[in-house]
Structure formats: structure tokens, C-alpha cells
Design a protein. Structure first.
Length: 236
């Protein structure tokens, strides 16, 4: 059995993104998809003493209404230093900030790429490794893409030789299960509830922030917080 998940790349994603990744054998970054503004592709949230704060990678969007994520170009090369400075100020007092500071700073200051997809993948790979996730990561661009929103997903699964597809729950609104059944691919959906809380230095607690928050607050125990409290990870 080979299970595949297909999802757009995101900037410093939340823990649920990595939980989905660890449940599958291959995680396909679907960056042939259209870039959507004010979405998770180029921004995410951290916690500060003043509340939630958006960190946004500036990108060129003017007149580029239909560009794919893979084609999005960063518009300000100084974004990395600014983001790390903000993160350091927010988490300087976190229990494990010193343990991971150098690693996180290198991610921000050591990447000169102007492609959003490449930056996202670099962060995703680094945090997956830190969380002990060994799932194969690939691009949708590595495969042939037919027409049709759901047909593409089925085709990607077939080309990856998958026998099962794990989808995000939001896709229930448009996925046709019959297309997967006809292709002999078992379809199931990720469940994003039941995660245990942890001590955040800036209460009140919220789950929906970047994985950076989890890492700085609980350190090596971070993988344990991808496990659910008595709830299944996958639903059919």
C-alpha cells in the first residue's frame, strides 16, 4: 500500500500540515495550482505578547491574477531578515528558543531564492526533518497534469503508483469519490481535531499558528503534539 497526499506549499505551515505529511508515503507539493492572495501560500501567523501577528513574504501580484504558485516571485529580498528579527523578538523567552535559534536563523538568512515555491519547500523540508518526518517530498511539476480539478488529483495518484489518497477535509466540497473508486484508489480525509494543547508563552492558547510556535515552546517533544488525544487521524 502506498498513500499519497497532495497539497499546495505553504509558508512556515501549522502543525496540522506536518501531521498530514507524516501520515503518507509521498507528499506532493501542488504548486501548479493558482496562487491565491491573502492565503497560506506566502504568509502565516505567530504569537506575540500583543496577540497574533501575520508574517507575509512580499510577492509580485500586480496584473498576475492567474499565475501559478510555482511562478510567484518574491518582491523584497530583505524579507527574511525582517521575519527572523520579528520571530526572535516574539520567542526570545520561549523555553527552546536558544536550542533552535541558529537553525531557524540560517533558514531565513541563508536562502537567496526569489521563487516562493523554493522558499516554502526549504522551510517545509527543514521542519519536517526536525519533527522526524521521513516522507518523500515531490513537486506536481514532476508529473504530467491532465485537465480537470479532481481528474488531476487522481492522475497524480496513479502516476505516483498510489493505492490510497489522503485529502484535506476542505476538499470534501468538490471531490467526486467515484473518480477515485473507479481508479482503484482508496479515498480518506484528514481529521484536524483532538490535538493536545501545550504551554504557549503568549496565552490564550490557539492551535492555528505556525509550527515555529510549537518548536520553540516544547522543543524535542514537538512530534508528540502531532498525535491526537483519543481521536483518529483519518476518516473515510
Amino acid at each position: 500500500m502506498k498513500r499519497v497526499a497532495i497539497l499546495q506549499s505553504s509558508y512556515i505551515p501549522w502543525k496540522g500540515y506536518f501531521d498530514l505529511m507524516r501520515q503518507v508515503d509521498e507528499f506532493i507539493l501542488y504548486d501548479d495550482a493558482q496562487f491565491t492572495r491573502r492565503d497560506w501560500r506566502n504568509r502565516n501567523q505567530i504569537k506575540t505578547k500583543d496577540g497574533l501577528l501575520w508574517l507575509t513574504i512580499p510577492v509580485h501580484v500586480k496584473g498576475l491574477f492567474t499565475q501559478a504558485i510555482k511562478d510567484v516571485v518574491i518582491s523584497d529580498t530583505g524579507w527574511g531578515g525582517k521575519h527572523f528579527k520579528t520571530i526572535a523578538a516574539a520567542y526570545a523567552r520561549a523555553p527552546y528558543f536558544r536550542m533552535y535559534r541558529d537553525m531557524i536563523e540560517e533558514l531565513y538568512r541563508g536562502d537567496a531564492s526569489l521563487r516562493l515555491s523554493e522558499v516554502n519547500r526549504r522551510f517545509i523540508e527543514a521542519f519536517a526533518d526536525l519533527l522526524g518526518i521521513r516522507t518523500t517530498l515531490s513537486w506536481s511539476m514532476d508529473y504530467e497534469l491532465p485537465d480537470g480539478r479532481v481528474e488531476r488529483l487522481v492522475s497524480l495518484c496513479q502516476q505516483a503508483r498510489a493505492t490510497a489518497y489522503l485529502s484535506g477535509p476542505a476538499a470534501k466540497d468538490y471531490i467526486d469519490p467515484k473518480l477515485f473508486a473507479d481508479a482503484g484508489i482508496d479515498l480518506s480525509y484528514m481529521e484536524y481535531s483532538g490535538y493536545p494543547e501545550y504551554a504557549q508563552i503568549h496565552p490564550p492558547f490557539t492551535h492555528h499558528v505556525s509550527v515555529i510556535d510549537l518548536i520553540f515552546n516544547v522543543g524535542p517533544a514537538a512530534p508528540e503534539y502531532l498525535q491526537r488525544a483519543g481521536k483518529p487521524a483519518v476518516t473515510s
